[in-house]
Every structure is written in structure tokens, then in C-alpha cells.
Design a protein around this ligand. Structure first.
Ligand code: G4P
Length: 192
């Protein structure tokens, strides 16, 4: 997606070979026009799949996922990283290891917000090791719902997440695919 790639080129900062700083438009300060365009693009790409809900993980996935759900006119469900103390009904919970942040959290979802009839689009800001997305997938499978597709804002294609999801046969659409990075240099996979 051209305007996202241009934004990464102008405002993104490759801190090293692994980590891209995008806090001026994606995960600290947020560019609402860019988020709207991202939501429109995901909605256009997945519009014919009869999606019933968009799922994301707090917190940085919320902005692009909300814009996508708004355009598709369906609810957004935000999976939590900590068990909310208001969650007194039944819930699903799976542990997720973050390699980037070197931490483990329990991804949690109330059973009220998923049913076996749901056809779900997962949206997330980054695809790195794929563990967060696989955690969402495991919860959806436990609820016997269907995964229609996965939309990623920034894919670091040199890390294993994309290969893992492809090998499992999921329908993945990434708006910006980074082939490699070095300090202050970002190389993209060419858009077809
Ligand atoms: P995964 O999501 O593919 O499993 O990979 P990993 O566990 O390694 O990364 C998870 C967290 O690290 C996510 O944030 C993700 O947004 C963030 N992350 C991964 N790579 C980058 C990067 O290059 N730059 C930045 N800025 N963030 C990256 P999170 O823990 O879910 O936090 P939140 O910001 O969504 O609250």
C-alpha cells in the first residue's frame, strides 16, 4: 500500500536489523487519515468473504482494526493481554511468548464475543514471529469459529511469522512487507 510505504520511508526509523520505530504514526502518536486508508484497504481486500467480526490484540492493533471494522460495518473484538477483573463470565486464555519484547502474556477473550458461527478477520499492526497471531488463531479454533483472513499493517518478512502462517494455509494480506533492515535503512519487498 503506497501511502503506508511512503510514510514508513519518511517517518519510520530502523533502530537496528530487527526493530522498526513507528511511534510517530502507528503506536504512540497515531495518524488518523492513514488509519482510515488502512481500514479501507483491508475492507476492500476482504469484503467478499462474509466476515462477521474483526479481531485484534490490544493495544497497537486497535486503530487499524477499528477502521477496518467500521468500513465493513461489523464489530471489533479486542483480545486482552491481562485478565480484566470485570471478566466474570467464561473466557478463553492462551499463553503467548513475545520474542521482540522477551515476555509472556495470557491472551484472553470472553466467550460472549465469539461463537462457532463467526467468520473472523484478524488484524494486527506487526507480524514478526507470528506468536501473537497464532495465539489468536488458537483461541478462535478453541471456539470452533472460522478464520477468514489475516490483515497485517507491517510485516517483517525476514522474521519467521509470515512463513509460519503461510505454511498453515492462512489467507494473509500485509500492506507493507519489509525484506530487510539495517540501521536507518529499510528495504521493502516490491509490490506487484
Ligand atoms: P509477533 O507479534 O509476530 O508474535 O512478534 P513478537 O511477539 O516478537 O512482537 C510482539 C510485539 O512487538 C507487538 O507489540 C508488536 O507490535 C511489537 N513489535 C514487533 N516488531 C516490532 C518492530 O519492529 N517495531 C515495533 N515498534 N514494534 C514491534 P505488543 O507487545 O503487542 O504491544 P502493543 O504495542 O501492541 O501494545
Amino acid at each position: 500500500m503506497k501511502d503506508l510505504i511512503n510514510k514508513i520511508k519518511t517517518d519510520g526509523i530502523a533502530l537496528n536489523e530487527d526493530v522498526l520505530k513507528v511511534d510517530s504514526f502507528l503506536n504512540h502518536q497515531i495518524d488518523p487519515v492513514l488509519m482510515k486508508n488502512i481500514g479501507d484497504e483491508f475492507a476492500k481486500h476482504f469484503k467478499d468473504l462474509n466476515i462477521t467480526k474483526v479481531f485484534t490484540i490490544e493495544s497497537s492493533g486497535i486503530a487499524p482494526a477499528l477502521m477496518t471494522s467500521l468500513k465493513l460495518n461489523i464489530p471489533l473484538v479486542v483480545l486482552k493481554k491481562q485478565l480484566p477483573n470485570t471478566l466474570i463470565d467464561g473466557y478463553y486464555s492462551v499463553p503467548v511468548k513475545s520474542f521482540t519484547k522477551n515476555s509472556i502474556y495470557n491472551l484472553t477473550l470472553s466467550k460472549k464475543y465469539i461463537s462457532k458461527d463467526d467468520n473472523i478477520l484478524i488484524i494486527d499492526d506487526f507480524l514478526a514471529y507470528g506468536e501473537a497471531t497464532l495465539g489468536v488463531i488458537n483461541i478462535i479454533k478453541e471456539a470452533h469459529a472460522n478464520i477468514a483472513g489475516i490483515g497485517i499493517v507491517i510485516e517483517k518478512s525476514f522474521q519467521p511469522g509470515r512463513k509460519k502462517l503461510d505454511s498453515l494455509g492462512y489467507n494473509v494480506y500485509s500492506l507493507a512487507r519489509i525484506a530487510s533492515m539495517s540501521k536507518n535503512k529499510i528495504n521493502f519487498i516490491k509490490e506487484e
